[in-house]
Structure formats: structure tokens, C-alpha cells
Design a protein around this ligand. Structure first.
Ligand SMILES: C[S@@+](CC[C@H](N)C(=O)[O-])C[C@H]1O[C@@H](n2cnc3c(N)ncnc32)[C@H](O)[C@@H]1O
Ligand code: SF4
Length: 460
């Protein structure tokens, strides 16, 4: 795929905007939604004649060292007791939620994220796995994934994790260039990364993902091109190439990033363009919003079948599940509600130990939210919207309901980002890179706010 898109056009659209892992996005949620509102929704959905299957997420916030760029909800610590206390609270939270659910609802997806789940002591990992298995029924073909930092992977750990039932692995790499690694305080040799990947292949994991990042200090087209060369040679099933979100007002440690060394916007765009061209040239499909996968990967198959879905972990092939998330900051998505847990470890643990659900804030979608969530999800996953589908699903006339949005989109169509047909709205090749901006046109809450959102990262 040769990107014919103009860098000038991309630069013009570069503004702050959400990544739409939820709609409405988190700033819209409220603390008026707490444990009792969440329990109401859990009970309501669980009592449906056919309650949906489950997707579970476990948040392990701990890391061994600080990557200066990090935007995740994490805590650097070496305190084994602290980690053990947290794991014990996770177990209690799992027990409490499981107690509210019918025992035979199958789990289609189980994901451990962080922070760095594999930094947790082996006995804690094992105990948590046992608790989950005791309280939930995993479907035979369940996806069981874990995020792994190769630097924390003890020899044999990857094989051991596979033995525990993990069948998908996601590895953080970011960039192989020594100067970049030095500047972001993440020294990770190519040989270490290759060792972990070889171990994963030998163990028989079904799917291997690698995370890269562009927009980091000292990155250039040439330097990142060498990282891409290595990745093409390693050939993981999936690749995420994240746009570095620099939000030092929210993540104070990002002030340690040497801002003068950040690639200027034009160079950053050239890096992205190069990465897309090289990866698609090597046979990867650009699924959309940072993600690449081999054509026979489920992600691509789901996209072709229009069954791809988006949640807090990014793209997923398991649509239609209720997502229960455990741990500090974790976000559940159940029925028509979002519910986020307390952020601070101490507050999260205190709530769990007090016998309550640690819900800190949340949101119940109204009728308009549900329509817009569907439209934004289809746009981000299928890169097109079929008007008849929305009309049938929600009993409305698309062109009337979205008259204002279509008026705004006409401008994007004029710039070649989108095609507005009678029955369909289709994102063009250039529009793929700005699909967040296109989704923003359907966001009812952004219109009410000021033009630039300090709460969100830049879209390009
Ligand atoms: C939880 S980490 C992955 C597991 C493990 N902690 C590690 O780093 O190897 C999730 C991923 O988020 C991405 N990430 C972290 N901070 C980011 C930021 N500020 N902007 C964009 N992506 C970021 C990185 O690619 C990272 O691999
Ligand atoms: S990128 Fe991963 S290892 Fe680095 S600080 Fe963030 S969560 Fe921890």
C-alpha cells in the first residue's frame, strides 16, 4: 500500500481527540454512578433470558522500572508485600462479581493487562488463575491473553504461562534504537526480545502481538525503519504501532522526556507513512487505528466479516460480551453501562476490603448514546457505515438524524477523507489515518466543549 496521502492534509487535521475505546468517552462519566448503580445493571443483564457471554480483564498495575513515555495506569515498585496485598484484593473482587453472575455464563475472552502482569510473582499469578478458573467457566476456544514486558520475563516463564492456560501474548517493544531506548529509560536488547518470542513459539501460543511506538525522542524515518526491519523479520501475527501520546499535564513523569528531541510533526508523519508502507508491503493488513495483522489473522477475518469490535483493549473479535474488569482503574462495560474502579491503589483496596464494589464512576447510556456508539464503532472497525443497518437497528432515518454531522462530513469528503454515498459512508485510504477525526464528527459531547481538548492526545 503506497500512501498517497498528503502530509500537509494530515498536519491540518492534527488536533486533540479521543481514541474511542468507549462512547461516550470517560470525561463524560460521573461519580453519581457508583457501586449500587453498577450492581443494578449487573442484576438486570444477568436476569435477561439469554445473558451475553463474558469477557474478563485483570489489571496488574505494577512495573519494575519507569518508561518515561508511559501513559498506562501503572506504579513502579519493588515491594512484594504491596503486590501480594493487591492480588488478594483482586481475588476478593473476582469472588464478589462472580457471586452476582449466573455460574454458567461462558467466558470468551480473558485478558491480563497493566502495568506488567508478568512482573507479578509466579505464586500470585498462579493463585489468580486458580481463582478465575474456580469462579468462571472458560469456553473451549476462549482467548486468554497477557501483556508481557520481555525485560521482566524469567527464563521459562513464557512456557509456564502457556501451561497455565494463556494462549495469546502481547509484548512491549516500542523501538530497538539504543539512543531512543536511552532517552525513554527503556533498555531492551533485540536478543532478549527474540529470546522471548522464540520461547513463545516453542510453547505453542496461538497469537503473538508486538507493540511499537512512533513519535518518541530521537526517532527518525531511518532509525524507525531499522526497528521495522527487525519486526518484519520476527514476523509476529499482529503489530500495534502506537502514536506516542504526550500529555505531561496528566502524566507528570512524561516531563522527563526530552521534548526538544521529539520528532517534529512532519517527521512524525513521515515515520508513520513509512511504517504503514513497509508493513503493508511485507504482507500485513492495516486494520485501522494503529493495528496491523497478517491477512489470515482473526482480526482481519473479523474486519472482512464486519464483526470486529472495539473496547478498552483496542480492537477485538469478541463482540457482544459483557466486559467485567478487575483491579484499580479497570473499566467494565456491562449492558448499557460503563463502570470504572477507583484509581488509587489504597482507595481501591479499602473499598474491596470494606466488602463493597470498588466502583468510582460510571455512566448509563441513553438512547442517543447507543446510536452514536454503534455508528462510531462501525466507522472505526469497518471503516464504513451502512445507513440501512443503522436505520433498521434503531428505527430512524439516517440522513435526518445525522443531518448536521453529514453537513460537517461534506467538508471531509471535499478533502478526500470520506465518500458520502446514498447508502453508505466510506472512509478513504487517506481518511484511515484520520479516522479518529471522522468519528469525532459523530460525538455529541465534543460539540459542547471547547475546540481543543486538553484531556485527549493528538490525533496524528
Ligand atoms: C501495558 S504496556 C505493555 C506491557 C508492558 N508494560 C510493556 O511495556 O512491555 C501497553 C503499551 O502501551 C503503549 N504505550 C504506553 N504509553 C504510551 C503512550 N504515552 N502513548 C502511546 N502508547 C503508549 C506501549 O506501546 C506499551 O507497550
Ligand atoms: S510502558 Fe509498560 S513497562 Fe513501561 S512503565 Fe508503562 S506499563 Fe510499565
Amino acid at each position: 500500500m503506497t500512501m498517497s496521502v498528503s502530509l500537509e492534509l494530515l498536519a491540518r487535521h492534527d488536533k486533540a481527540g479521543p481514541r474511542y475505546t468507549s462512547y461516550p468517552t470517560a470525561p463524560v462519566w460521573s461519580e453519581r454512578f457508583g457501586p449500587s448503580e453498577f450492581i443494578d445493571e449487573i442484576r438486570r443483564t444477568n436476569a435477561l433470558p439469554h445473558p451475553p457471554p463474558l469477557s474478563l480483564y485483570l489489571h496488574v498495575p505494577f512495573c519494575n522500572t519507569l518508561c518515561y513515555f508511559c501513559g498506562c495506569n501503572m506504579l513502579v515498585t519493588r515491594d512484594q508485600e504491596k503486590m501480594a496485598r493487591y492480588a488478594a484484593c483482586l481475588e476478593q473482587e473476582i469472588e464478589r462479581i462472580a457471586g452476582l453472575l449466573a455460574p454458567r455464563r461462558p467466558v470468551h475472552q480473558l485478558q491480563w493487562g497493566g502495568g506488567t502482569p508478568n512482573y507479578l510473582a509466579d505464586e500470585l499469578i498462579e493463585r489468580l488463575v486458580r481463582t478465575l478458573r474456580r469462579r468462571f467457566v472458560l469456553a473451549d476456544d476462549a482467548e486468554v491473553g497477557v501483556e508481557v514486558d520481555p525485560r521482566d520475563s524469567r527464563p521459562g516463564q513464557i512456557t509456564w504461562l502457556h501451561g497455565l492456560g494463556f494462549n495469546r501474548l502481547s509484548l512491549g517493544v516500542q523501538d530497538f534504537d539504543p539512543k531512543v531506548q536511552q532517552a525513554v529509560n527503556r533498555i531492551q536488547s533485540e536478543s532478549l526480545t527474540r529470546r522471548v518470542i522464540e520461547e513463545a513459539r516453542a510453547a505453542g501460543y496461538q497469537s503473538l502481538n508486538v507493540d511499537l511506538m512512533y513519535g518518541l525522542p530521537y526517532q527518525t524515518v531511518d532509525s524507525f525503519s531499522r526497528t521495522i526491519d527487525i519486526l518484519i523479520d520476527i514476523a509476529p501475527d499482529r503489530l500495534a504501532v502506537f502514536n506516542y501520546a504526550h500529555v505531561p499535564s496528566l502524566k507528570r513523569h512524561q516531563r522527563l522526556i526530552p521534548v526538544n528531541a521529539l520528532p517534529p510533526p512532519a517527521e512524525k508523519l513521515r515515520i508513520l507513512k513509512m511504517a504503514i508502507e513497509r508493513l503493508t508491503g511485507a504482507g500485513y493488513v492495516y486494520v485501522g487505528m494503529d493495528h496491523f495483522a497478517k491477512p489470515d489473522d482473526e482480526l482481519c477475518r473479523a474486519q472482512r466479516a464486519k464483526s470486529l469490535y472495539r473496547n478498552f483493549q483496542g480492537y477485538t473479535t469478541k463482540a457482544g460480551c459483557d466486559l467485567y474488569a478487575f483491579g484499580a482503574t479497570a473499566i467494565s462495560m456491562v449492558g448499557d453501562c460503563y463502570a470504572q474502579n477507583l484509581k488509587e491503589l489504597e482507595a481501591y483496596e479499602a473499598a474491596v476490603l470494606a466488602g463493597s464494589l470498588p466502583t468510582h464512576r460510571g455512566y448509563r447510556l441513553n438512547a442517543d448514546d447507543r446510536i452514536r456508539r454503534h455508528v462510531i464503532t462501525r466507522l472505526l472497525c469497518d471503516l464504513e457505515i451502512t445507513k440501512a443497518d443503522v436505520e433498521a437497528r434503531f428505527d430512524l432515518l439516517f440522513d435526518d438524524y445525522f443531518a448536521t454531522e453529514l453537513h460537517h462530513l461534506a467538508r471531509d469528503a471535499g478533502e478526500g477523507l470520506i465518500e458520502l454515498n446514498a447508502g453508505r459512508i466510506v472512509v478513504t485510504e487517506a481518511g484511515r489515518l484520520l479516522v479518529r477525526n471522522l468519528a469525532m464528527e459523530f460525538d455529541a459531547y465534543l460539540r459542547e466543549e471547547s475546540a481543543d481538548q486538553p484531556l485527549f492526545s493528538r490525533t496524528v
